[in-house]
Structure formats: structure tokens, C-alpha cells
Design a protein around this ligand. Structure first.
Ligand code: ZN
Length: 196
């Protein structure tokens, strides 16, 4: 089963949403290998790059450091998304954390076939496992640098998931209709019933 709820429609939002797991047990990134799996599943890094990252994480110390860096980045990205949503400036702490990951960048572009044509794919030289986190830092950096980027938190009561709304109407409200949308409808219905 797909372990990550990829409802964010965007790498940064999906990454932040790993903060939540519906078993209420500390999110879906619990180990360094969870982080690597997330990066491959979302296409942030290629499978061959993931192999290189796993090589770098054989020692427990390296794996722990990588997980800690990833979780620190997630805290920063979460703060940044919240700031964008509230039209507030990004805090110095989150900015520094994002910039620190960007500073590790060691990547290059490659032409790769896609859909009968080509696209420019970014590849990473994984000399250090932390380089695998660069795609997330690049993604949030571009969102921060885009005025009015349409990121939002789900309107569901108590729901902390974020998403990128590229819908035509720009009116997406829920992380998942099946979860928060229906819950809100049911609660509105119950309220109407009580009011009768
Ligand atoms: Zn929700």
C-alpha cells in the first residue's frame, strides 16, 4: 500500500503532510529509509540516486543524521507554507534551514525522453546523503519566491494537511473529499437537523 498520502499536489506539501499519519503515531517518516522511500515515490530523486543515498546511510550515525536533517527541513517547510498561506514573511529560522539544504546542492540537468518528447530532468550527485533533500528545498524555495503561490491548509476541522491548489476555479478546500469534505458535509447536515 502507498504509505504516503500524496494529496498535496506538490512536493513541499506532500512532504509536510508526512507529519500526519492516521494511526496518530508520529507521521509517516519514522526512519531514514522512510525518507528515502518518500523521495523516490514522489519522483524527487531517481531510483539510481536512491541506491546511492542508501549506500551512504549504512552506518547508524549517518542514518540518524539524515533523518534529523529531513525532519528539521520538514519543520521549516511547514512553517514556510503556513507563512505563505497567511501572507506573512518567512521566519529567519525556517529560511536558514532551507538555505542550508540548498547550499548542499550538487546537481545538473539532463535531457530525458518523456511522452514522445523530451524534458529537462534534474539529477543529483549524491556525494552526501543530504543532497537527496535538495529537491524539497528547491521546491519550497520556488514557492516562497512566487508571489501568491496557491498553497493552503485543508479547511477540515483540526486537519493540518496542506495542498497546492492548481484547480481551475482555485477553490479547492479539502485535502481529500472522502475524508474532510464528507466529514464537513455530515457535520453541516447534523447542524441543520438540530436547528429544525
Ligand atoms: Zn483535511
Amino acid at each position: 500500500m502507498e504509505p504516503f498520502a500524496r494529496i498535496g499536489n506538490n512536493l513541499s506539501a506532500d512532504f509536510v503532510n508526512t507529519f500526519v499519519s492516521f494511526d496518530g503515531d508520529g507521521g509517516t517518516l519514522r526512519s531514514a529509509s522512510d525518507v528515502v522511500r518518500f523521495l523516490v515515490t514522489t519522483g524527487a530523486i531517481a531510483a539510481a540516486e536512491a541506491e546511492r543515498v542508501r549506500d551512504k546511510l549504512r552506518e547508524d550515525v549517518a542514518a540518524e543524521r539524515f533523518l534529523a536533517t529531513a525532519l528539521e527541513l520538514r519543520t521549516a517547510v511547514r512553517a514556510a507554507l503556513t507563512a505563505i498561506e497567511r501572507h506573512e514573511p518567512i521566519g529567519d529560522g525556517p529560511l536558514a534551514a532551507i538555505n542550508a539544504v540548498l547550499a548542499a546542492d550538487a546537481g545538473f540537468e539532463q535531457l530525458a525522453p518523456r511522452d514522445g518528447g523530451y524534458h529537462v530532468a534534474r539529477r543529483y550527485m549524491i556525494d552526501d546523503a543530504a543532497i537527496a533533500l535538495v529537491p524539497i528545498a528547491r521546491d519550497i524555495a520556488l514557492l516562497i519566491a512566487t508571489p501568491g503561490a496557491p498553497v493552503r491548509q485543508c479547511a477540515g476541522e483540526g486537519c493540518v494537511r496542506h495542498f497546492y491548489d492548481d484547480s481551475r476555479t482555485g477553490r479547492r478546500r479539502w485535502c481529500e473529499m472522502a475524508i474532510c469534505g464528507n466529514r464537513a458535509k455530515a457535520s453541516a447536515f447534523a447542524k441543520r437537523q438540530r436547528a429544525k
